[in-house]
Structures are given as C-alpha cells and as structure tokens.
Design a protein around this ligand. Structure first.
Ligand SMILES: [Zn+2]
Ligand SMILES: [Zn+2]
Length: 257
C-alpha cells in the first residue's frame, strides 16, 4: 500500500512523507530540524525511518531543512543539478551528505518506490515536481508552478491522489497589502497558481481514479480554505467537504491508497 501524509504546507515550510512497504521518503524539507523531527513523531515515525528526501527546488520553504535533516539522520538527497547549484551558491550544502542528481526526464527507484520527476515553470534554477508510485497506485504532488503546461497535465492524468497548490485568490492578492513587485511575482508565469488556475488544471486532467484531492500551499494572507476547496470541488463536481486541506501548522494526516 502507498500511503502519505503532510508535515506542513505553505510559504513557511513544506514537507510531505510517502511510504510503500519498507521505504519512506520526504518530498521537500522546508522546516527546521527539530520541527521536522517533532512532526514525524506526530505521524508515528522516527527520523531514521526516512531513507531519502526528494527536493523540488531551492526555495527555503522547500529545501531550507533538507541538508540538515539528511546530515543528522543519514538520509540521501535527490535533487536536480540546478537546485544543487543554487543551494551551493547560498552556502546551504552540507558536505558528506549523499546527493543523487535527478534528471527531470527520467524516472528512478528509491527502495520500494518509483519516482517520476517532471519540470514546471517556477522562478527557481531547475525546479521539478514529483509523481510517486508503488507500482499499483500513483500520488502526484504539484506546488510552486506559475502556469499549467501540457506536460504537467499529461503527467498528472490518471493519478490516484493529488496534492495541488491553491496558492492565492486573485482578488485577495491584488487588493491586499503585498508590495506591487511581490504581487506580480506571485501572479506571474513563474510564480504560483491561484484558485481558478488550479480549478482549470484539475478540470483538464483524467480524474477517473482520483480518491484523494488535497488543496495545498495556501497563502495565509491571500487565500481562504473555503475558496480553495470550492474551486477544486467545482473541478471534481463533488461536495466541498470531499476536498482535503493541507495546512501550515498540521499538514494533513495519513491517507492510504
Ligand atoms: Zn513554496
Ligand atoms: Zn518556490
């Protein structure tokens, strides 16, 4: 069985755990070491249970704790050359941590899991996102993408579970207090998805196998949970209560496939 949970989701830190048989991996580790350890314990896991961290891109809310965790608990890191280069330039690389470069066009195994990376438009050096499979079921995670692409929609079609960014509500962002340059960055083609873009992206997928849809990476300033859930529920033609929510403080609990 493939199962997954989130430790945290949002601009203050992202971390998701996926497990099949004896293999557990994190997707991103944007929390401080102690926070990651405490939140794993909430899910019944020990830090030493984590074999690897798949890092999507170098932004601090995704990669900020990755090297520290890997160094402390002998996990290996999987990341693109661009992400590693950017982290090295920022002085975030801890020597001695085992790193494996991800080719964004090639799937690779990590223990009992198969990982399918795919490219996304986002303002980082070489960002990717991931689909994870145990051979029977597929989980897709998509956050930090400025606009959907045909490649993304083909990759995310036919999934069993999807964790999907609903970063902001456009009216709240443009009417809010952020400086103009930041509003433009967030709403730009290499920024983040708003609720409507996420609704359209989900509506364009083959959704026939989807058992879990989880709204993620919500802005605490520029979005409301009810707006994100309503948008994804429209795309799924389901009750809003069926759409789950990943929160900054609690992520979400275990889901099984
Ligand atoms: Zn992010
Ligand atoms: Zn980012």
């Amino acid at each position: 069985m493939l199962r997954f949970a989130s430790l945290a989701s949002g601009s203050k830190g992202n971390c998701l755990v996926a497990e099949a048989a004896k293999t557990r991996v994190l997707i991103d580790c944007g929390l401080k070491l102690r926070d990651t350890e405490q939140r794993l314990a909430r899910l019944g896991l020990l830090p030493g249970d984590i074999a690897a961290i798949l890092v999507t891109h170098e932004h601090g809310d995704h990669a900020g704790g990755a090297f520290d965790f890997a160094a402390a608990h002998c996990a290996s890191l999987y990341l693109t050359y661009g992400t590693l280069s950017a982290l090295r330039a920022e002085g975030k690389v801890v020597e001695g941590v085992k790193t494996t470069l991800v080719n964004s066009k090639e799937r690779f195994p990590v223990g009992d899991l198969e990982v399918h990376p795919f490219t996304v438009p986002h303002d980082a050096r070489e960002p990717v996102q991931f689909v994870i499979s145990d051979g029977a079921s597929k989980l897709g995670v998509l956050t930090d993408i400025g606009a959907s692409t045909a490649h993304v929609e083909a990759t995310l079609s036919g999934l069993d579970a999807l964790v999907l960014e609903c970063n902001y509500d456009a009216d709240m962002l443009w009417g809010g207090a952020y400086p103009q340059w930041l509003k433009q960055r967030i709403a730009g083609p290499f920024g983040h998805l708003d609720n409507l873009q996420s609704e359209r992206l989900l509506g364009a997928l083959d959704r026939s196998r989807l058992k879990h849809v989880i709204a993620a990476h919500l802005s605490q300033q520029n979005n409301r949970p009810g707006l994100a859930r309503a948008a994804l529920a429209r795309a799924m033609r389901c009750e809003e209560s069926w759409i789950s929510l990943a929160t900054q403080e609690d992520g979400f609990g275990w889901r099984g496939l």
